[in-house]
Design a protein around this ligand. Structure first.
Ligand SMILES: CC(=O)N[C@@H](CCC[C@H](N)C(=O)O)C(=O)O
Length: 363
C-alpha cells in the first residue's frame, strides 16, 4: 500500500496518451490503486486487464543504470515488467479505439494485504467499470523471453499467511532449568510442522509450508522468553490449505503441553485463493496463442506461487498466464533480472489476443 510514487509515475505516463476515450477512476479508501476505462467503439462487453504495482523489501544487487533507486526495496517479482506491459497495451488502445470497453486495473499490494480483494470489496468494478472477464500476467524467469505460458484450471496455489507467537520464560544462560527457552520451542515447532508436508499429506498432492522470518532473543547469554515466526502455507486446493492449517494448530497444541508454554497461531488468507483459470476463456486464450505464429506458447504445470488475482477471478471469470522473462536470478531474489525484450513481445501477444477476442460475438 506504499505505491504513491509508482502511481504518480503511472498517471504521468498515462497523461501523455491520447485522452479522447480514457476515463480515470480512483478509490479514496485504496488511494494507490488506479483504474482506467478505455471506451470501446461498439462495446459488447467490458474486458479487464490487471497488473500489480508493489515491490518487495529486497535490496537489489544488480548493477544497472535502471536498477532500483530505493535502498532495500526492489521489483524482485517483476511487477515493473507487469506495469510496463500494461501501459504498452493501454497506450495502444488509447490510439486505436477498441471494439469493447476495456478496464485497466493497476493494483497495489499483491505481495501482502490483498490489494485486489480490497479493491473488489470496495466496489471498484461496478457501473461503468464493471468487468465481464479479466486477464492478467505474471512474469516467469524460467521461460525464454517472450514465451507465453498458461494452463486451464489451477495455475497458482492458494496461500495463507501464518504468524506464530511462542511465549516461554527468559532467564540466565547458565540456569536453563529456571527458564523456558522459546528458541528451543521454535526449533521443535519448525521441525514438527515440516513433517506435515513429508508425513501427513499424500505425496502426489501438493502442499508447502515456508517460514521466511524467525525472531527471538536479544543476546547470547540470555535465554529467549519469546519467539515470533512468520510464514506462508500453500496448497493447490482450498481443502489442502484447510488440512495444513488444522494440523499446525494440532502441532502447536501438542507443543504447548510438552514444553509447558503458550503458542498462538494466527491465519490470514485474504484474497490469495488458488488461481483457477476459467475453462472457456482459457481454452480460447490458449488456442489463439498456439495458432499465432509470432508467439511461442508453452502449456505449463501449476506452481505454488500465490496471487490475489485468484480472488478476482473467483468473482469474475478470467485467465492468468505467464510471460517468460528468462532471468538467472529467481523471483523474490536480489539478482532477479528479467530480459527487457520480453516487454514488447508480451504487449504484442496480448494485444493480438484482445483484438481477436473483441471481434468474437460469443461470450
Ligand atoms: C507471485 C508471487 O510471488 N506472489 C506472492 C503472493 C504472496 C501471498 C501471501 N502474502 C503469502 O505469503 O502467503 C507469493 O509469495 O507467492
Amino acid at each position: 500500500m506504499h505505491e504513491v510514487k509508482t502511481k504518480a509515475y503511472l498517471l504521468k505516463v498515462i497523461k501523455t496518451f491520447p485522452q479522447t476515450n480514457l476515463e480515470i477512476k480512483e478509490l479514496p479508501e485504496l488511494p494507490t490503486a488506479l483504474l482506467v476505462l478505455v471506451r470501446g467503439q461498439n462495446p459488447r462487453r467490458n474486458i479487464g486487464y490487471r497488473c500489480d504495482m508493489d515491490a518487495l523489501p529486497v535490496n537489489e544487487t544488480n548493477d544497472l543504470s535502471f536498477k532500483s533507486a530505493t535502498q532495500g526495496i526492489m521489483h524482485a517479482c517483476g511487477h515493473d515488467i507487469h506495469m510496463t506491459v500494461g501501459l504498452g497495451i493501454l497506450n495502444y488502445y488509447s490510439e486505436h479505439q477498441p471494439q469493447d470497453n476495456m478496464i485497466f486495473f493497476f493494483q497495489p499490494a499483491e505481495e501482502s494485504e490483498s490489494g485486489g480483494k480490497v479493491a473488489y470489496d470496495l466496489g471498484a468494478f461496478t457501473n461503468d467499470f464493471r468487468v465481464d472477464e479479466f486477464y492478467g500476467l505474471h512474469d516467469n524467469p524460467l521461460l525464454k523471453a517472450g514465451v507465453i505460458g498458461c494452463r486451464k484450471g489451477t495455475l497458482f496455489a492458494g496461500t495463507t499467511e501464518v504468524n506464530i507467537k511462542i511465549q516461554g520464560k527468559s532467564g540466565h544462560a547458565a540456569y536453563p532449568h529456571l527458564a523456558n527457552d522459546a528458541i528451543v520451542i521454535a526449533a521443535n515447532f519448525i521441525e514438527q510442522v515440516q513433517t506435515i508436508i513429508s508425513r501427513n499429506i499424500d505425496p502426489v498432492k501438493c502442499g508447502v509450508i515456508t517460514f521466511g522470518k524467525l525472531q527471538a532473543g536479544v543476546i547470547r547469554n540470555v535465554i529467549a522468553g519469546e519467539a515470533e515466526i512468520e510464514g506462508t502455507i500453500r496448497g493447490l486446493t482450498q481443502e489442502m490449505i484447510e488440512f495444513i492449517r488444522q494440523r499446525i494448530l494440532e502441532v502447536a497444541s501438542g507443543l504447548e503441553k510438552s514444553f509447558n508454554c503458550q503458542i498462538t497461531v494466527e491465519y490470514n488468507q485474504g484474497g490469495y485463493y488458488p488461481v483457477e483459470n476459467d475453462p472457456r476463456l482459457t481454452e480460447r486464450f490458449i488456442t489463439y496463442m498456439k495458432n499465432n505464429t509470432k508467439v511461442e506458447f508453452e502449456e505449463t504445470d501449476p506452481k505454488m506461487t500465490g496471487e490475489d488475482f485468484g480472488y478476482l477471478i473467483n468473482k469474475i471469470p478470467g485467465t492468468m498466464f505467464w510471460l517468460g522473462v528468462e532471468s538467472k536470478g529467481s523471483l523474490h531474489s536480489a539478482d532477479f533480472l528479467p530480459k527487457e525484450s520480453a516487454i514488447k513481445m508480451g504487449i504484442d501477444a496480448v494485444i493480438g489476443f484482445l483484438n481477436y477476442r473483441m471481434n468474437l460475438e460469443e461470450n
